[in-house]
Design a protein around this ligand. Structure first.
Ligand SMILES: CC(C)(COP(=O)(O)OP(=O)(O)OC[C@H]1O[C@@H](n2cnc3c(N)ncnc32)[C@H](O)[C@@H]1OP(=O)(O)O)[C@@H](O)C(=O)NCCC(=O)NCCS
Length: 237
């Protein structure tokens, strides 16, 4: 049955003439049969299983070879990943758009959530890593590579991709943009609309503005809404 489905889909693919429509069809239906790339599901016990069927909320386009996409849950929602090159890996959660060139890496821990995030790894060797228990709000962009080249007077390239790392338990407010080379330490909060251009190694701060700076020290945050936090706190007492 699976084999028949494969042949049928390949036949339909051949009938489509426009390149754009072909790519869309490929990303929706043909990824499961691309032998040079893999989609794996990370099971609760940590084992990884190859996915052989189409998943509704997942659009993947493999343009190269040896790429791996990993998901935690088959019920993944609103995920669109494009592998433009070779040898890249993306570990994604819901509501994610991710674009990768060659030897790129993106991962988010299963305990973190994303409302609407775009991960731009649009140069070779670019990386973004998001740790545990992070809250990534909506309209967020991580840009670990600049997409275009900046040269100094001697013709040297001065904007090579640099990895982005978000450590555990960081809350990124809506509309935040994170530039290449940024590491954010644990328990930090990034205020809405901020543009983060450099790393922050101090923990427990509110970081905000453009360019982002520390605006408060010695704070922490909880993922619950205030009323739920208060209720759970009084229950504990
Ligand atoms: C970051 C945030 C949570 C901080 O809240 P807070 O601790 O109550 O901060 P305050 O309002 O006391 O502001 C502290 C200082 O930071 C500044 N500031 C706060 N948020 C800022 C922002 N987004 N950009 C620039 N400056 C900001 C304030 O002007 C103030 O400056 P001052 O000390 O010079 O007066 C809040 O401002 C924010 O951005 N909320 C949006 C959260 C969000 O995106 N939620 C979506 C669901 S995930």
């Amino acid at each position: 049955m699976y084999r028949l489905k494969q042949v049928l889909m390949k036949f339909v693919y051949c009938l489509i003439l426009s390149k754009k429509k072909k790519d869309k069809f490929k990303s929706k239906y043909l990824y499961v049969m691309n032998p040079d790339n893999k989609i794996l599901q990370i099971l609760p016990d940590g084992r990884e299983e190859v996915l052989k069927h189409r998943i509704k909320g997942l659009q993947v386009l493999f343009e190269g070879k040896n790429n791996v996409l990993k998901i935690y849950d088959e019920k993944v929602k609103n995920v669109k990943v494009t592998f433009h090159g070779d040898n890249s890996t993306a570990v994604v959660r819901d509501n994610t758009i991710c674009s990768l060139r060659s030897n790129c890496f993106y991962s988010i821990d299963k305990t973190s959530y994303t409302n609407d995030v775009k991960i731009w790894l649009d140069d070779d060797n670019a990386q973004v890593k998001i740790g545990k228990n992070c809250a990534i709000s909506w309209d967020i962009e991580f840009m670990a590579a600049d997409c275009h080249t900046i040269l100094d007077e001697a013709g040297n390239i001065c904007n090579m991709p640099k990895p982005i790392e978000i450590k555990d338990h960081v809350w990124i407010g809506c509309g935040v943009k994170i530039c290449k080379g940024v590491t954010i330490a644990e328990n930090n909060i990034i205020g809405m609309g901020s543009v983060v251009t450099k790393s922050f190694s101090e923990t427990n701060c509110v970081i905000a503005g453009n360019p982002a700076k520390i605006v408060k020290h010695n704070v922490n945050w909880d993922v619950k809404m205030i009323k739920d936090y208060v209720a759970s706190y009084s229950q504990k007492k």
